[in-house]
Design a protein around this ligand. Structure first.
Ligand SMILES: Cc1ncc(COP(=O)(O)O)c(C=O)c1O
Length: 409
């Protein structure tokens, strides 16, 4: 046997081992996806579960095939490029000089913080319910060597200048690590941070040389609900992270915005973190589709959330955090139940509902029928408990502002 023939056979064998058909054995993938879509319409666990539609994908596939580490032209802007790339568009609508596309909101926040923080010791001040504090795996300590000062808002809703002043660290006392960044979140638990309070905190922070970062994963909801421009909302911040893959319904992606100098440094840190992506054009395309066609759907989501809140109150359910945008937090114990029981009963319905803990998230793919079924489920459980002798306490013991009780799923 000739050398060439042996090597052809070996190559064919390797190719045989490697090949993979993801559709094999799943002849009804189309049907499976239809089932998934109907389940998503009935899932209240998060808005991150929203899926790209065929229309979104068709549009996204028209984007550039370039390599983003070499400045792919749908995502990042070339100097001579006449049209706007996604990063430039986001920078433009947020009133910042530059933008940087990121694979996730966590990476966008973490690189955002890392780029601000040069030399420990330092602290980041944030709300004690903030995503960067609770749900980013301790990333600020790991990536930036930063300590966090998590502050409970004294009004139970949002941080105020008073809360910040009482907890900020500056001055010559060597015992304390100075606050270098104040990181706010808007929306937080679906609630809207009053802009006047943000401005007051920002003016104070800047007067002390402290940077302001926004976790604006769901800032779109604030713009949709208040009619304020992103530029106005982000004006008090030096930097912000915005997500496309939550309420806006894109599959992947966030954008960090800030000054040109800051984003240039962040781009290098993104590469360092392993976040330099290649053919991102279709992701930028999906995000652009979401901005154009899905952003206008948010007011419907907010209206549905308000309706849900009102209907739950009508059947005696205590609301822990109001439906200012797309989330409602409720207290299962106020009808004598618990979150496990409610989730199990929802899952057992002829058309199941998929529920988390106290947090009920509505999104652009939520069906009205699912909202009605959830209201009916809680009304039924409340009635059963009443008949079994449950009496709602006059006042609920709920002094703690963190209303998010998560079920493992
Ligand atoms: C407020 C907020 N910030 C950041 C993130 C992180 O986004 P990702 O899941 O894309 O890392 C999330 C995720 O749900 C979030 O809710």
């Amino acid at each position: 046997m000739s050398q060439a023939k042996i090597s052809d056979a070996a190559k064919a064998r390797v190719a045989e081992e490697i090949k993979f058909d993801i559709l094999a054995g799943v002849p009804e993938l189309e049907g499976d996806n239809e089932l998934k879509r109907s389940q998503i319409a009935r899932t209240f666990i998060s808005d991150t579960i929203t899926v790209p539609t065929k229309e979104m994908y068709s549009y996204a596939l028209l984007a550039s095939l370039g390599d983003d580490v070499y400045h792919e032209p749908s995502t990042a802007q070339h100097a001579e490029q006449a049209y706007s790339a996604l990063e430039a568009h986001i920078a433009n609508i947020t009133g910042k000089e530059a933008g940087l596309f990121m694979p996730s909101g966590t990476m966008s926040n973490q690189i955002g913080l890392r780029t601000h923080l040069m030399q420990p010791p330092y602290t980041i001040l944030c709300d004690n319910r903030a995503h960067i504090y609770k749900y980013e795996v301790g990333g600020a300590g790991f990536h930036s060597g930063a300590a966090l000062t998590p502050v409970a808002p004294s009004n139970g809703h949002h941080l105020t200048l008073k809360d910040v002043e009482a907890n900020i660290v500056y001055g010559p006392d060597v015992h304390f690590a100075p606050t270098e960044v104040i990181a706010l979140e808007n929306t937080l638990n679906g609630t809207i941070f009053p802009q006047d309070d943000i401005i007051a905190i920002s003016q104070f922070a800047h007067s002390k040389g402290i940077k302001m970062h926004l976790d604006g994963a769901r800032i779109w909801h604030v713009a949709a609900e208040t009619g304020m421009s992103l530029k106005e909302l982000l004006e008090p911040f030096d930097t912000a992270s915005l997500c496309f893959s939550k309420g806006l319904g894109a599959p992947i992606g966030s954008c960090l915005v800030g000054s040109k100098e800051y984003i240039t440094r962040a781009r290098r840190i993104r590469k360092l973190f392993g976040g330099g992506m290649r053919q991102t054009g279709f992701l930028a395309g999906a995000a652009a589709y979401a901005l154009t066609y899905n952003f206008p759907l948010l007011p419907r989501v907010h209206t549905l959330a308000s309706k849900l809140q009102k209907s739950l109150e009508d059947v005696g359910v205590t609301i822990l955090s109001p439906a200012e945008t797309c989330m409602v937090f409720f207290d299962a114990s106020s009808i004598g139940s618990n979150y496990d029981e409610i989730a199990e009963r929802g899952a057992a319905l002829p058309e199941p509902l998929f529920l988390g803990g106290s947090r009920v998230v509505l999104h652009i793919q939520t069906s009205e029928a699912a909202v009605d079924d959830f209201i009916n489920l809680l009304a039924t459980i409340a009635e059963e408990k009443r008949k079994a002798g449950f009496v709602k306490p006059e006042t609920q013991a709920n002094g703690h502002p963190d209303v998010y009780v998560r079920r493992a799923h």
